[in-house]
Design a protein around this ligand. Structure first.
Ligand code: B12
Length: 426
């Protein structure tokens, strides 16, 4: 069978400002799962494309694939001040494919996995696989090739005989043992495009962390530090890359494992520079931050943990503790604060601004409202307050800003941000 995999992400910014182009490692994991002795594989990455639709058209006409898998990374840029919705571009690509070929279209990826049914419906693909998909994808390719049924594959999304979309139960979980096929991507173009190449260290079982997710670490898939070291060494040997992003739902949690990973990197003398997400955690200490720095961490992206009913005062205290530890270890960090959450008042806005001034992050993001995602407390509030009638509407960029602060919030934040060049409003 001829299989074409297309990475559709063309976004080149992080927090609407810093130039960051994430390497489509999820798609590269899928490519690695295809048995190339039995199937012909092509990968098309649209990140650097000038005209995505015509590049797809050219490859589809020439290669004549039987199956086209498209990865969808972001629903949107999560900016209420300058919202950019990414799904219409994918819909245009699939529409063009349909005009040119009868091949089956399959979608997957982080954005798709958040709202599989709505996403499949909107972009008009035939099939989808939600969640980790390398193993499920390999199974699907074999089943399609053999003309066998595939509705039992965990996470598969399809239309039934009445054209109703069915999202099957369960999800495959991957151990990430088989290395992603980065050789099929233009890695030279990615080198230097900000934040480094993704290397998975640990991912939550609840695949896409939302404010309601469990950040305790209990259900996380943790990769052996030695395997991480080997992957970094291969990136260096094969592509000359020494800047990586540890793909992790919270690198520092649990601290014991984070320290073991740092020590393995130090012992291997890799001289790598890395970044990752860090979340408030009671077991974090200055030793951890020092090990992170010594092993090459150049930026810790500070993110909130699960809200778990905590008031914003407690949440800021948790972040401030992490900021102090980072500062003590000389480790630069970023801070990301949402304004306009339910119950926000003039006083709490001022407290958050004081907090940001105090912690002196290398780069701070001030979010004017929060992008509401389904299955979260914010979605429940939005439903209750009539902002949305159904969670399905959240496929489009939708933001929660408390009515009590809505009229003046953006102006007030703009006024303050004008004084702090390292503050970014979005
Ligand atoms: C690390 C990360 C980042 C890093 C990336 C660093 C780097 N160099 O790679 C940074 C900090 C830069 C970042 C930035 C952003 N991110 Co981010 N990021 C993540 C995170 C934590 C991991 C992504 C990852 O690499 N996973 C590991 C790989 C192996 O998995 P994967 O890509 O999901 O692929 C698997 C499956 O999805 C599936 N799959 C993938 N492709 C395909 C294709 C087909 C056909 C099929 C069947 C299956 C399939 O199989 C793969 C293998 O198992 C996720 C959350 C999460 N836990 O997933 C958010 C996430 C992807 N990010 C998200 C967002 C929104 C952003 C930003 C827009 C934030 C912002 N406001 O700027 C930017 C966009 C940057 C850009 N230019 O595109 C969202 C996207 C969904 C959404 N809400 O729209 C996520 C899901 C977080 C969330 N819960 O909201 N991000």
């Amino acid at each position: 069978m001829k299989v074409l995999l297309i990475a559709t992400n063309q976004a080149d910014r992080f927090m609407d400002r810093m130039v960051v182009r994430p390497v489509p490692i999820g798609l590269a994991y899928l490519a690695a799962s295809v048995d190339e002795e039995r199937h012909t594989l092509r990968v098309l990455d649209l990140m650097f494309a000038d005209d995505a639709v015509s590049e797809v058209a050219d490859v589809v006409s020439e290669f004549e694939p039987d199956l086209i898998g498209l990865s969808i990374r972001n629903l949107d840029n999560q900016s209420s001040l300058n919202p950019v919705w990414n799904l219409p571009a994918v819909r245009d690509i699939i529409e063009r494919i349909r005009q040119l070929s009868g091949s089956k279209t399959l979608i997957g990826g982080p954005a798709f996995s958040i709202m599989p049914s709505e996403c499949l419906d909107y972009v008009g693909a035939d099939l989808g696989i939600a969640g980790d998909a390398a193993e499920a994808f390999a199974t699907l390719v074999e089943r399609l090739d053999a003309g066998a049924g595939y509705h039992d594959i965990p996470g598969i999304v399809y239309r039934d005989d009445d054209e109703n979309i069915v999202v099957s139960e369960g999800r495959f979980t991957s151990n990430f043992h088989r290395a992603p096929r980065l050789d099929l991507l233009d890695m030279r173009a990615y080198n230097g495009s900000g934040f480094g190449v993704g290397v998975v260290t640990k991912l939550a079982q609840a695949y896409y962390p939302t404010p309601g997710a469990d950040y305790g670490g209990g259900d996380w898939r943790i990769r052996d530090p030695q395997e991480v070291v080997d992957e970094i060494r291969a990136l260096n040997d094969d592509f000359g890359i020494n800047k990586v992003f540890f793909i992790d739902s919270g690198f520092n949690i649990p601290a014991q494992h984070a320290k073991a990973t740092c020590r393995a990197v130090i012992d291997a003398c890799l001289r790598v520079r890395w970044n990752s997400y860090v979340r408030p955690s009671e077991d974090a200490d200055v030793e951890l931050m020092e090990l992170m720095k010594e092993s090459g961490c150049s930026l810790a992206l500070m993110a909130e943990g699960g809200r778990g009913g905590k008031g914003f005062g407690d949440r800021l205290a948790g972040l401030e503790r992490m900021a102090c530890l980072s500062r003590d270890a000389g480790l630069p960090f970023t801070m990301n604060v949402a304004f306009g959450e339910p119950g926000e008042t003039k006083a709490s806005v001022e407290q958050k601004l004081d907090f940001l001034k105090r912690v002196e992050a290398a780069f701070a993001v001030l979010r004017v409202g929060s992008r509401i995602l389904p299955n979260t407390a914010a979605a429940q509030t939005a439903l209750r307050e009539g902002l949305i009638e159904s969670e399905s509407e959240l496929l489009r960029p939708t933001f929660y800003i408390d009515a009590g602060v809505q009229d003046w919030l953006a102006d007030r934040l703009r006024e303050e941000a004008a004084e702090y060049p390292r503050w970014n409003l979005m």
